[in-house]
Write a protein of this length. Structure first.
Length: 384
């Protein structure tokens, strides 16, 4: 099989709950409605989860306590930004620096079947066979050991993860209030979630044999205050992009990814409404909280600048956040930049009516970030 065919192989994505606590998996049945057409998908998820149970139980009881005792984690670097703002590209670039640790795609789904050798052999092989060569929503290359968002794993033991919405998309507003703003979450559960996050970071660092953790997790864009409670000296990189392009890319991404993961029906019209609402909420929360970040610990960048001159922008990021080692990482980052020159972005078409809705919804952010209507989007005139 050619290298190109390997990269574009077909695969099957499954709900991330295959590696969750069985108690949390069962909780989905009682808390959220699973639509009938997805019952078989849920049954398969349960079966894989049960097979995984002895392996993750062993790791939680025997291996995890060692990492729970680790208190000397260097303050992480958090990449913030709404989905489709360039967070994945920025994360992949920075992860070419060998000092950067990260959560892998495999760990994000099976966070407690990582250091159990037999369990890892079985489930990493299983994941490698199933994962498609490219992500359906944006053609980004996928692989079990490639960098991934940690949000998938944060709901594995404590029932708090915004990415439950991939399975239950009609609950996205509820999940935002409870799992990003932590409204209605008692302090004990909140502290367990924090402890689980720190455990995930400690295991990620061991897995990548590094000391500096680099997070890319869009839900954290609305959790700056909470992250500073955990890591007062954490450093942040916020990347932003034209809100209209973000909407179109997010709409397309959700439309193509949800069919692989969802356990609830949702219409395209509903998805569009939720994408607009989500953007407004998370950007408002970020603007309100970013002043809490200590001076010198935040750098804000434009996706457009990352596209035009990535090496210059990354050099500025290293300098402003006082991250050492750019010179030694430069060659590896440049090689990755060169490899991405053939990457093709999705094209987008928008009706005049849709454009007017987006301009009204995103007016505040567009003015604050100095954006106008992008020139590279095809605008269709509405039918009379």
């Amino acid at each position: 099989m050619s290298k190109e065919k390997k990269q574009t192989k077909k695969g099957i994505l499954m709900p991330p709950a295959v590696g969750y606590s069985f108690q949390i998996l069962l909780g989905f049945v009682f808390k959220y409605r699973i639509d009938f057409r997805f019952i078989f998908r849920f049954i398969i998820t349960v079966v894989v989860n049960i097979i995984n149970w002895p392996f993750r139980t062993y790791e939680r009881l025997i291996i995890n306590p060692k990492y729970k005792r680790q208190t000397g984690i260097e303050s992480p670097i958090f990449i913030l930004g709404h989905w489709r703002s360039g967070t994945t590209h920025l994360h992949n670039l920075l992860c070419k620096d060998p000092q950067m640790g990260y959560t892998t795609t495999y760990q994000s789904v099976f966070p407690d079947t990582l250091f159990n050798k037999l369990g890892y052999f079985l489930f990493e092989g299983f994941a490698r066979l199933l994962i498609p060569g490219k992500r359906a929503g944006d053609n980004v290359t996928l692989g079990t050991e490639l960098p991934q968002e940690e949000e998938f794993a944060l709901g594995d033991k404590t029932p708090i993860s915004f990415y439950y919405f991939w399975m239950f998309p009609r609950k996205i507003r509820l999940f935002y209030k409870r799992f990003i703003r932590f409204e209605g979450i008692d302090n004990a559960k909140k502290e367990r979630w924090k402890a689980n996050y720190k455990l995930l970071i400690a295991k990620s660092l061991k897995n990548t044999n590094t000391e500096l953790y680099l997070s890319k997790n869009p839900p954290n864009t609305g959790r700056v205050k909470l992250l500073l409670e955990m890591f007062p000296n954490a450093r942040f990189i916020n990347i932003h992009r034209n809100p209209i392009e973000v909407f179109l890319s997010t709409e397309n991404f959700f439309k193509k990814m949800l069919p692989h993961l969802q356990l609830q029906n949702i219409s395209q019209k509903e998805i569009n409404k939720e994408v607009i609402h989500l953007y407004e909420q998370i950007m408002t929360d970020y603007f309100q909280q970013k002043s809490l970040i200590p001076e010198g610990n935040l750098v804000e960048v434009r996706y457009e600048d990352l596209e035009k001159n990535p090496m210059s922008l990354l050099k500025r990021v290293y300098s402003e956040l006082d991250i050492s080692g750019f010179e030694s990482a430069e060659h590896g980052i440049q090689d990755y930049v060169n490899s991405m020159k053939s990457y093709k972005k999705n094209n987008h078409i928008l009706s005049k009516k849709q454009l007017d809705i987006l301009i009204e919804a995103f007016d505040f952010t567009m003015k604050k970030l100095n954006y106008s209507v992008p020139l590279n989007i095809d605008i269709l005139e509405d039918e009379v």
